[in-house]
Design a protein around this ligand. Structure first.
Ligand SMILES: Nc1ncnc2c1ncn2[C@@H]1O[C@H](COP(=O)(O)OP(=O)(O)O)[C@@H](O)[C@H]1O
Length: 278
């Protein structure tokens, strides 16, 4: 468990302790940490977590925020898929678990995450947006022992569109970017408004290289949703009790949701400033 011990060693420069007690404090702290007083540069040590059921869009929004804030987007699902593709000693064992929609052992996940954090640290990275981790109470407890997470964003979307969204997911086999070919039109019902989500189509250079994840079949997606309710939902409560959980109901696709998410995070003005500077 050497790698786990490395992750648990609170000496790494990427691990910083900040004392925040409530979500409101966390969000306003983010806003003040973004400015250096000259209205421009930022301090890149955000330590954020994105939670949410499979297909909700964690990867999409975490990756956009990572570009905006200049911190790495670290998705444990990507680390697992890279390990699978490397055909290393763990590949066969991992393929079986992932393709059944089950969770990989904490030990393997900590090992992969430690390696990723160390490689990033060596390149001078600081801060992170974690996506797909922690996924169990034990993972959350261990993370909590080694570092202070500033904010946990819990993305929520009406359940009936999740399976459809997962089945529409595609990845470019060359650049690794995620897209979605599903065109969602969920009807208004039981007092809930209707919801439309346009497909997120790839640029022409990715279009011929799209692949579907082996675990994005209907049967496996349903199993992943079930496992989320059982193992990962309690993680929401863990962060709610710590006062760090920001719930965010996605109102629709990216054009409707992205500005609202920035607003909820007090980052809307930041994006305007950044695009003015760029
Ligand atoms: N933190 C984790 N703990 C255990 N298994 C994980 C973790 N992160 C990813 N995995 C494994 O990788 C698979 C794909 O993860 P991910 O891309 O995050 O999927 P999802 O679309 O379900 O959010 C999971 O179904 C699981 O087998």
């Amino acid at each position: 468990m050497a790698a786990l011990t490395r992750l648990m060693k609170p000496t790494s420069t990427i691990i910083t302790r900040r004392s925040l007690s409530t979500t409101t404090a966390a969000v306003s702290d983010i806003q003040s940490s973004l400015s250096d007083g000259k209205g421009g540069s930022s301090r890149n040590n955000f330590q954020w977590v994105f939670l949410g059921v499979p297909g909700v869009g964690k990867g999409t929004y975490a990756s956009r925020l990572s570009s905006l804030l200049g911190v790495p987007h670290i998705a444990t699902g990507d680390l697992v898929r890279n390990e699978l593709a490397s055909k290393g000693p763990l590949s066969n064992q991992l393929a079986e678990i992932v393709n059944q929609g089950k969770l990989v052992s904490d030990e393997i996940i900590f090992n992969l995450l430690s390696k990723r954090l160390e490689a990033g640290e060596a390149k001078g990275e600081s801060g992170f947006i974690l996506d797909g981790f922690p996924r169990t109470i034990r993972q959350a407890e261990i993370l909590n022992e080694v570092t202070e997470i500033d904010l946990v964003v819990n993305l929520k979307l009406r359940e009936d569109v999740l399976v459809e969204k997962c089945l529409g997911r595609r990845i470019c086999s060359e650049c690794g970017k995620g897209f979605n070919v599903a065109s969602i039109n969920a009807k208004a019902e039981n007092g809930r408004p209707g919801m439309s989500m346009a497909p997120l189509l790839p640029p022409s250079h990715c279009a011929s290289k799209l692949v579907t994840r082996a675990d994005d079949t209907e049967e496996v997606v349903k199993e992943r949703l079930r496992i989320y309710q059982e193992k990962s939902q309690p993680v929401e409560g863990f962060y709610r009790d710590l006062g760090k959980l920001m719930e965010f109901d996605l109102p629709g696709g990216i054009p409707e949701s992205w500005p609202k998410l920035l607003e909820a995070l007090n980052l809307d003005e930041y994006e305007v400033k950044r695009s003015a500077v760029a």
